[in-house]
Design a protein around this ligand. Structure first.
Ligand SMILES: Cc1cc2nc3c(=O)[nH]c(=O)nc-3n(C[C@H](O)[C@H](O)[C@H](O)COP(=O)(O)OP(=O)(O)OC[C@H]3O[C@@H](n4cnc5c(N)ncnc54)[C@H](O)[C@@H]3O)c2cc1C
Length: 367
């Protein structure tokens, strides 16, 4: 987005690309909206990418006999969810970085971030220093920028912990590549995901609120293995399967609205800003969209030569305008969903209405 606005910048990442990243590999809503806003061609190339799959159906199973289907019915819109390993999707984005405006510093972690009169110094591991009037923390849940400039610490009540792995030879998956999401009640509410991938493997993930896992001493790997071996709707699919990766754990924060996302000379985006969805865990799309909103703010900063916290307050306002209602609703839904019976009653009451409205709701957030 900065390149589209013709703004020169440095992009620093400790990784070199292609690089893998622990994720469920599902792309929805805001990922489409962000790609389209960046460049229609980029979006079209994404649709045609050989390593990315698309599906028109997400099936959210509340219990073994109650589910809500989010189905895309409009012919011209080919998907409601896409699946891409992050090693491929993130590299697709990196390959499309501007050669003119984006100075790439990859394979070199930022170690220290210091405020100075002239702006902010970023010290890299190899000893290099970059001085900038503005720093954007796009460095994930353990963001150095958020820690060093916004004094942020992780709040387990507003954080989800995941475990994930790739499997091969998973059978009886729907031909239309429907995303399978299940709410599993094991003392705490767990979300279980099966996402099919272009190479024939599937991504299997399990997630719950970090605080509830800690309080109830739950081991996510044991719970996930139990689901794969014994769940009546799942186990038959995994009878002949083999896990082809290590179990990988990571977390995502959903604290947006409660913690600072800007200050003198800095802004936070994505997980660093706590922008993941508490209920269905979208974090890639919200991350991308927040980057676009942030880039537009950067353009205003340059035009007005103002990088102060008081000027950047409007960045938070812009983020709230885009995300606040949806993220607040998702947090509320997560709270209600913990009570299985109550949630089932609500779902049964509203299922038809939600399913009917789904294409419109999807359209609003994604195209
Ligand atoms: C298991 C799991 C499953 C998930 N499933 C989904 C899903 O299906 N769909 C979805 O939308 N979201 C999902 N999420 C959430 C999603 O992965 C995140 O919300 C999203 O990646 C956030 O993007 P980000 O760019 O803010 O941070 P990240 O993707 O974490 O990227 C941060 C980048 O910063 C770099 N970095 C970090 N520290 C430094 C440093 N000091 N110096 C230089 N570089 C640094 C890292 O190398 C990395 O490239 C899942 C998360 C997990 C853990």
């Amino acid at each position: 987005m900065l390149a589209k606005l013709k703004i020169p910048h440095y992009i620093i990442d400790k990784a070199t690309f292609p690089r893998d990243k622990t994720c469920g590999d599902g792309l929805i809503l805001y990922a489409y909206k962000a790609l389209k806003e960046l460049d229609e061609n980029l979006y079209n190339n994404f649709l045609k990418h050989p390593k990315i799959l698309h599906s028109r159906n997400i099936k959210l199973n509340i219990s073994n006999d109650t589910a809500i289907n989010f189905i895309e019915t409009e012919k011209e819109r080919p998907q409601v969810i896409s699946y891409a390993k992050r090693i491929d999707f993130d590299n697709f984005l990196v390959e499309n970085l501007s050669k003119t405006y984006a100075n790439q510093f990859f394979g070199n972690p930022a170690r220290k971030i210091e405020k100075h009169k002239e702006g902010i110094y970023i010290k890299l591991k190899n000893g290099e220093k970059i001085l900038s009037k503005l720093v954007i923390g796009a460095d994930g849940v353990n963001s150095l920028v958020a820690k060093q400039l916004a004094n942020k610490i992780i709040n387990p009540k507003k954080n989800s912990t995941f475990i994930t792995a790739y499997f091969k030879d998973v059978k009886h998956l729907p031909k239309d590549r429907t995303a399978e999401i299940r709410l599993v009640y094991k003392g705490v509410l767990l979300f279980f995901y099966i996402f099919p991938l272009a190479d024939g493997q599937v991504n299997v993930s399990l997630v719950a609120t970090t605080h509830h896992l800690q309080k109830n001493n739950i081991n996510l790997i044991e719970e996930l293995e139990d689901i794969l071996n014994n769940h009546p709707e799942v186990s038959h699919k995994f009878k002949e399967s083999t896990r082809v990766s290590k179990w990988r754990g990571w977390s995502i924060p959903f604290h947006f609205g409660d913690e600072n996302v800007f200050g003198d000379n800095f802004m936070l985006v994505g997980d660093a800003a706590g922008l993941a969805n508490a209920f269905y865990k979208e974090g890639v799309g919200t991350g991308m969209m927040s980057g676009i909103i942030c880039a537009k703010k950067i353009e205003q900063c340059i035009q007005q030569n103002n990088y102060s916290a008081s000027f950047l307050k409007s960045y938070e306002k812009d983020l709230k305008k885009e995300f606040y209602k949806l993220l607040k609703f998702s947090r509320l839904t997560l709270r209600i969903a913990r009570f299985k019976r109550l949630f089932l009653i609500i779902i049964k009451l509203f299922k038809k209405r939600v399913e009917k409205k789904a294409p419109k709701m999807i359209l609003k957030r994604s195209y």
